[in-house]
Design a protein. Structure first.
Length: 266
């Protein structure tokens, strides 16, 4: 994609974010990685619903402007993701109300309630609160970026990323839709979790389909941690102990064996 196509696409996605109430006022920011050392990003202090292609800023990988337009002050979040994930070409940050309600309530979106979400997005962890546009925020995100394609940031909002901007936007939308359904189900008496053997099958399907690599299996740890299975990353889910002394890790084969034993018992 060349720069002029990327500019058009960011303006289009900005309008969608605004029209769908995922952002208000000058909230949120969107970027596309143009090359190894160039990022095209939304400008600071401007509504995502009213941007033009000429308003967008271009920076290097350290966030330094290379044109006269200033990028969003939250660009550091995008640059962290680009540096940690060479596969990622676009980032979408917004404050969608239902997803952000989870972030404000201190909850990850990690309940295995929707089969297609397990297939396409996996669990969405909650990064601890960090002041926007400071190192605190990027430090809090670091443990999760490698194995997740969308994150919640406590008392702030959500970020999703992908191989292109449509994929990043779709992931953000799936996050918001899932949060909305979870809240509605709670009002109806509570959501039923999928059983662990069904989750295992879904994880195998998504690995076969290439939605998720096997080495990112710990992306599912949020779904499986109630069974006492946690990943090898330094990731803490709400309700889990922060102490590494309680951490148990399994190889892929051990995990499958354990899950199939559990399925036989239940
Ligand atoms: Zn924000």
């Amino acid at each position: 994609m060349d720069e002029s196509q990327a500019r058009k696409l960011i303006v289009e996605i900005g309008k969608l974010l605004y029209d769908r109430s995922y952002v208000v006022s000058s909230d949120g920011n969107v970027s596309i990685r143009l090359s190894d050392d160039r990022v095209l990003a939304t400008p600071t202090m401007m509504s995502k619903g009213r941007m033009t292609e000429a308003d967008l800023a271009v920076t290097d990988m350290d966030g330094k402007a290379v044109t006269d337009k200033r990028a969003s002050s939250e660009l550091a979040m995008h640059l962290l993701i680009y540096k940690m994930r060479p596969d990622i070409k676009a980032v979408c940050h917004a404050h969608p109300p239902h997803g952000t309600a989870f972030a404000v309530a201190g909850l990850a979106i990690d309940k295995p309630i929707l089969s297609e979400v397990i297939l396409t997005l996996g669990c969405v962890p909650l990064a601890e609160y960090g002041t926007p546009s400071t190192d605190e925020l990027t430090e809090a995100m670091k443990p999760f970026v490698r194995h997740h394609n969308a994150l919640l940031m406590a008392n702030h909002g959500a970020v999703a990323y992908g191989e292109d901007l449509w994929q990043a936007f779709d992931r953000l939308e799936t996050l918001e839709h899932t949060a909305n359904i979870a809240i509605l189900a709670k009002a109806l008496g509570g959501a039923n979790d999928l059983p662990q053997d069904a989750i295992k099958k879904l994880i195998e399907i998504r690995e076969k389909a290439g939605y998720l690599k096997a080495d990112a299996r710990c992306q599912a740890c949020g779904y499986l941690h109630e069974a006492g299975i946690v990943c090898d990353l330094d990731v803490v889910y709400p309700g889990q102990s922060k102490s590494n002394g309680n951490k148990i890790s399994f190889t892929r084969e051990e995990l499958i064996e354990l899950l199939s034993q559990a399925a036989k018992l239940s």
